[in-house]
Ligand binder design. Structure first.
Ligand SMILES: Nc1ncnc2c1ncn2[C@@H]1O[C@H](COP(=O)(O)OP(=O)(O)OP(=O)(O)O)[C@@H](O)[C@H]1O
Ligand SMILES: [Mg+2]
Length: 255
């Protein structure tokens, strides 16, 4: 169980996260949606401790991970996996090294790591032919799979995905959605997915809308298309008319 309690994050004078409250139950798939620049990636990074919140709590099974020693935090986050927006593969390493890097860094030999990498490669439905290719030789969909396999290497119980299907064609996106769902079921994972892709909703349990730095609402994925809440109604249909303005207040100075 992950609970975010009045979570806030400020960069200089820019307040991005303005008091987020959200509960994520074990074994569920939750999608977080919201405008571009709204602070979704910042929120996900706060969950996993890559960004330290200005205030508030990130509780994992009741333990506040913001306010504990690094050693205890590492122990908790060992169960977490993070799939970066844009896959974030290392261009100078091949697929095998990209997937196995954590184990290699921890002193395992390449010979020991190879069968583990092969197993993860199979999980993301990539053939062994890709093992010694470099990221520049891969398609967008393949990169996303490699990113996923790299996350799976530590056998996480909770996976946080940052826009796993963005930039993919609808069919490849579907394959990735099914992969995430099948892994969720098979490995009994908890999944938190930032996505703009409404097709992901049918695999999810809950959809949380981040708006103006707070969770505006949490919706049941099965009935979300029936919701009359004007915010969610507008957002999931991509309507220009409605209570959500296209412009993010804290990004105004950019234009
Ligand atoms: N390390 C940082 N320092 C300062 N500002 C930051 C930092 N990281 C993010 N921001 C700002 O926080 C805001 C939210 O960024 P974030 O990347 O979380 O948006 P997002 O909702 O993930 O958008 P997108 O859908 O485009 O990925 C932006 O205005 C961004 O410039
Ligand atoms: Mg983002």
């Amino acid at each position: 169980m992950i609970e975010l309690v009045n979570l806030k994050k400020r960069f200089d004078t820019k307040e991005i996260t303005k008091g987020v409250n959200l509960s994520i139950k074990d074994g569920t798939m939750t999608c977080i949606i919201g405008r571009s620049g709204e602070g979704k990636s910042v929120l996900l990074k706060q969950i996993i401790g890559l960004i330290e919140p200005t205030s508030g709590k990130v509780l994992v099974n009741g333990i506040d991970t913001v306010d504990i020693s690094e050693k205890d935090r590492d122990k908790i986050f060992k169960n977490f996996g993070y799939v970066f927006q844009f896959a974030a593969l290392l261009d100078s390493l091949n697929v095998f090294e990209n997937i196995g890097i954590k184990l290699i860094e921890n002193g395992y030999s390449k010979k020991e790591v190879l069968p583990i990498v092969k197993e993860k490669l199979k999980m993301v439905q990539l053939s062994e032919d890709t093992l010694y290719k470099f990221p520049s030789e891969l398609s967008g969909g393949m990169r996303k799979r490699v990113g996923l396999a790299r996350t799976l290497i530590t056998n996480p119980k909770i996976i946080l995905y940052d826009e796993p299907t963005t930039g993919l064609d609808p069919i490849t996106a579907r394959v990735i959605q099914e992969l995430m769902y099948n892994m969720q079921v098979k490995l009994k994972l908890t999944s938190v997915i930032i996505t703009h892709d409404v097709n992901t909703f049918k695999y999810a349990d809950k959809i949380a809308l981040l708006h103006e730095g707070k969770i505006h609402g949490v919706y049941d994925a099965k009935t979300i298309w029936d919701s009359k809440d004007p915010y969610i109604y507008q957002f999931i249909r991509g309507l220009s008319e409605g209570p959500i303005q296209a412009e993010i207040p804290h990004d105004k100075d950019k234009f």
